[in-house]
Design a protein around this ligand. Structure first.
Ligand SMILES: NC(=O)c1ccc[n+]([C@@H]2O[C@H](COP(=O)([O-])OP(=O)(O)OC[C@H]3O[C@@H](n4cnc5c(N)ncnc54)[C@H](OP(=O)(O)O)[C@@H]3O)[C@@H](O)[C@H]2O)c1
Length: 287
């Protein structure tokens, strides 16, 4: 999801070597971040000025059922890259997640202490800690509920849009989980602006517009598509989906971009503006 936006944004200014374990685009080449030697060879050959580490297992339920794989990819994969970033003295960007918090607070800023509830959250936070402890030239960018990537989008937006496409006239969305949507295009652009500075460190990087529930996002989708009269949206609570979404999730994983704001570097737009742009650009022909 994010890789496509990063590739598009960064290619305008840099020569980009984009890698993935799943080669579903011509612009991707193969690299498994769990393989230290392969990562080293790639860095030696390409000689990058920056390393952006996006790769992760991002399915919470898969990580909960397969914790060894989650830690091997999300934590050790990150360690591999951080060790090499240090060896070759290359600034590293690591994409972390709002899902490292325990949800007890309404909002989390960049200085709040994480306390992950799930194996996914823990495996991402352990990667983050390694980066923080091992490197001085690093940017940890914490994203919220990702939206972007069109057909590559595995998260909430296609779950709603695909039900509409199938002709469903009644939908259910959870009201008691809160977060901050994060548009991949804005995130990629803001990462680019940030890494041009030398203000290394941890940054929350989510869209503006405040804390929202899944229900709020689903309702906004219906409003943008002019479907509020045709599709009924029911508010439900987390236990409604407990069979399929069994991984523990924080009640609130809403972030505030305090440091980006203080440094006058916050370019993240309102999530409703981004959602409209995303639906119009990538989903309009599908519905
Ligand atoms: N999605 C969200 O809501 C969200 C929120 C906050 C932060 N993040 C973080 O943002 C980053 C980008 O995620 P995304 O949202 O763009 O999800 P994504 O589309 O699933 O991107 C992650 C990519 O990493 C690949 N990958 C998995 N294991 C790998 C390995 N060993 N070596 C190389 N590549 C591997 C995945 O391939 P497969 O698809 O084959 O597994 C996938 O293409 C991740 O670090 C994620 O933790 C995501």
């Amino acid at each position: 999801m994010l890789g496509k936006a990063v590739y598009d944004v960064f290619s305008k200014e840099f020569e980009v070597k984009a890698t993935d374990i799943d080669l579903n685009e011509l612009w991707l080449s193969y690299l498994d971040t769990r393989d230290h030697n392969q990562v080293k060879k790639t860095i030696e050959e390409f000689k990058p000025n920056y390393i952006l580490h996006l790769a992760a297992l991002t399915d919470l339920e898969y990580c909960e059922k397969n914790p060894e794989e989650a830690y091997k990819t999300n934590t050790l994969g990150t360690e591999n890259i951080a060790i090499l970033a240090k060896e070759f003295d290359i600034p590293m960007v690591y994409i972390s997640t709002a899902g490292i918090f325990d949800g007890k607070k309404e909002f989390y800023d960049d200085y709040d202490l994480p306390n992950p509830l799930s194996h996914y959250g823990r495996s991402k936070y352990m990667g983050e800690l390694f980066v923080q402890n091992h490197l001085t030239k690093f940017f940890v960018c914490r994203a919220g509920w990702m939206m972007g990537g069109g057909k590559k989008d595995k998260k909430f937006i296609p779950k709603i849009v695909n039900q509409i496409k199938e002709g469903k006239t009644e939908l259910h969305a959870v009201e008691d989980l809160y977060g901050t949507p994060t548009y991949t295009k804005d995130l990629a652009k803001n990462i680019l602006d940030l890494i041009k500075t030398k203000y290394y460190g941890i940054y929350n990087m989510v869209c503006s517009g405040g804390r929202v529930s899944r229900y709020d996002v689903a309702l906004e989708i219906l409003k943008i598509l002019n479907l509020t009269d045709k599709v009924k949206l029911n508010k439900v609570y987390t236990n409604f989906f407990k069979e399929s979404f069994f991984a523990p999730r924080p009640g609130s994983e809403a972030l505030i971009n305090r440091k980006l704001n203080l440094r006058n570097l916050n370019k993240m737009r309102d999530w409703k503006v981004c959602l409209r742009e995303y639906l119009e650009n990538e989903w309009a022909n599908e519905i």
